[in-house]
Design a protein around this ligand. Structure first.
Ligand code: GUN
Length: 282
């Protein structure tokens, strides 16, 4: 069997078009464009690239982009004061503080300072709690993007065996919550899991988010399973995912790296921002 390749790039482009339509509708009702504020502290080149592409995508979707670049030696007080201002600013529907922050800053205190109703990253503990209890809130962009791809490929997910590899707050844990919400039977595997190949072998759905190049092997895959690869690992062979591309010989469908999950993250961020604007003003 050769797996169907899940075209995340094309799905993300379609989502961005739908977001642009929704943004225009909200703008005509609210008499202002939805606005996303992105905060970058320091000069990390990878973060600077992400922030620039988020800003461009925001404007391309017909929304307002507010970029705040602060020096690497910014104090906790200064950053918290900026978050307070953005929380109070009616033109701002979404606030994203680019992570990681420089080491002297208390990341968790900053995330918790963001108004949960503007937390379009879905990282605030209130939003994690809302997701876990089935309340409306914001869901982290990458796992929500993965869920959208899974629903697109498989339709109804209920009753399927899903294995999430990785237990981070940003991907693994919210991914597991989303799959539970769609009535999957969910196992969360991690670095201490015993006999990972045996756990993966039972899965109809595998989401890999560990950051280890080509870790998931073809012998582990149940024939016909759907594989979602969140990993982006820089190696001598270029960018590779957490799933060995040879798994495509066994799987039913699989995301490529690049061009799979990656493009979904910004598209969902834009989606969360327009949803925030609609909830506030639409
Ligand atoms: N750094 C890398 N990815 C992300 C993201 O999705 N949100 C934030 N805030 N920082 C990041």
């Amino acid at each position: 069997m050769t797996a169907r390749i899940i075209d995340g790039k094309a799905f993300a482009a379609g989502l961005r078009e739908r977001v642009a339509v929704a943004a225009a509708e909200v703008a005509s009702i609210a008499k202002r464009k939805p606005g996303l504020a992105v905060v970058l502290v320091g000069e990390d080149p990878a973060s600077a690239v992400y922030v620039r592409s988020k800003g461009k995508a925001t404007v391309a979707a017909g929304m307002e982009s507010f970029e705040h670049r602060l020096p690497a030696d910014t104090t906790q007080e200064t950053l918290e004061a900026l978050v307070d201002r953005l929380n109070a600013d009616p033109a701002v529907d979404g606030i994203l503080v680019q992570l990681p922050l420089p080491g002297h800053l208390d990341e968790s205190a900053i995330i918790t300072r963001i108004n949960p109703d503007k937390d379009v990253d879905g990282f605030h503990p209130v939003n994690a709690g809302r997701l876990a209890t089935g309340l409306e809130g914001f869901v982290p962009c990458t796992p929500l993007g993965c869920l959208m791809l899974l629903r697109d490929v498989l339709g109804d997910l209920s009753g399927r065996q899903a294995v999430v590899i990785g237990r981070s707050n940003i991907v693994g844990k919210p991914m597991a919550q989303l799959l539970i919400g769609d009535s999957c039977t969910v196992t969360v595997a991690h670095s201490r899991t015993r006999d990972l190949p045996d756990v993966v072998r039972r899965a109809d759905i595998v989401v890999a988010a560990v950051g280890r190049a080509k870790m998931v092997k073809p012998e582990w895959i149940k024939p016909g399973a759907t594989l979602i690869d969140v990993g982006i690992n820089r190696t001598d062979d270029g960018l590779v995912g957490d799933i060995d591309p040879a798994c495509a010989e066994v799987a039913g469908a699989m995301t490529p790296v690049p061009g799979g999950v990656g493009p979904m993250t910004i598209a969902v961020l834009l989606r969360n921002t327009v949803v925030s604007a609609a909830r506030r003003d639409g």
